[in-house]
Design a protein around this ligand. Structure first.
Ligand SMILES: NC(=O)c1ccc[n+]([C@@H]2O[C@H](COP(=O)([O-])OP(=O)(O)OC[C@H]3O[C@@H](n4cnc5c(N)ncnc54)[C@H](O)[C@@H]3O)[C@@H](O)[C@H]2O)c1
Length: 261
């Protein structure tokens, strides 16, 4: 959709990191932005930075009743939501599936996968009925190519977000609504601290921390361009195809085997 036609964006996890980078880019593009976040203190600080264009709403994306209230509150101020950025999420918990507690598994699933699904189910039907809108769901570079170890469960959630995005895109395209899945590389954000704050597990071992490959502000610009051009997938790093190819190599091998049979 052309952002000149859009007035209101709703950004989950908008009070920090990637969500804030996207919120700033959308505000620069002329939209009013609802910063929806679980962290009230952070919302307060961020809203001050653009008092004319930002409004805050407290939202735990896991809580379905909370979504309904947040939508109503936001739309009372800025009108119908044209752009939904389903971005709130937490870090990988650093343990292989075999060593994962049910509690930690549920927290990751609920925040990283169920949360964005709640967002889509809260806003998609309205966008479809209005024949206008765009949804961006934040997945990850490990959302298209799965790895085990400490990112295995995180990867499961982010694959789910990618699958949801493709399905939604097919459903909503005939109604003039676009959907993109955002697959960021490594970004320096407050992900570790915020994960712990909401009761999740995160391994903050500096030796296991890869170097940032892209900034939140750069991602904000990529998201603007993806909305304008209705791009299905947003990849932030060069060389990403090799990562994806590694993940789908066994599928290719299986298909080739079947062709030969
Ligand atoms: N930082 C990276 O390298 C990276 C890479 C790929 C994908 N991601 C994904 O990007 C998204 C944003 O993460 P970030 O790195 O900007 O981290 P961040 O912690 O800086 O920002 C995330 C925001 O989401 C909020 N949040 C967390 N759980 C919430 C919930 N249940 N309800 C509402 N708000 C909630 C936090 O309070 C925080 O403000 C996440 O989905 C993360 O998985 C991050």
């Amino acid at each position: 959709m052309k952002l000149a036609e859009a007035k209101h964006a709703f950004v989950t996890g908008g009070a920090s990191g990637i969500g804030l980078g996207i919120a700033n880019a959308l505000a620069e593009a002329g939209l009013n932005v609802t910063i929806a976040d679980i962290n009230e203190e952070a919302i307060e600080q961020v809203v001050k930075t653009r008092a004319n264009q930002f409004r805050g709403v407290k939202l735990d994306t896991r809580d379905r009743d909370n979504w309904k209230r947040a939508k109503e509150e936001a739309e009372k101020v800025f009108g119908p939501v044209d752009v939904l950025i389903n971005n709130a999420g937490i870090a990988p918990h650093g343990k292989p599936l075999a060593d994962t507690s049910f509690e930690s598994f549920d927290t990751l699933m609920n925040v990283n996968l169920i949360g964005p699904a709640n967002g889509a189910m809260t806003f998609a039907a309205d966008m479809r009925d209005r024949g206008k809108g765009h949804i961006v769901n934040t997945s990850s570079s490990v959302g298209l190519s799965a790895f085990g170890g400490g990112v295995g469960v995180y990867s499961m959630t982010k694959f789910g977000v990618a699958a949801m995005s493709y399905a939604l895109r097919q459903d909503l395209a005939p109604h003039g609504v676009g959907v993109s899945v955002l697959c960021p590389g490594i970004v320096a954000t407050n992900l570790h601290a915020n994960t712990v704050k909401i009761g999740g597990e995160s391994n903050d071992d500096p030796s296991s921390k890869p170097k940032p490959t892209v900034t939140a502000d750069e991602i904000g610009q990529m998201v603007i361009s993806a909305i304008e051009n209705d791009e299905a997938v947003i990849v932030t790093d060069k060389g990403f195809w090799q990562v994806v190819e590694y993940g789908i190599a066994p599928v290719r091998a299986a298909c080739e085997l079947r062709e030969k049979a």
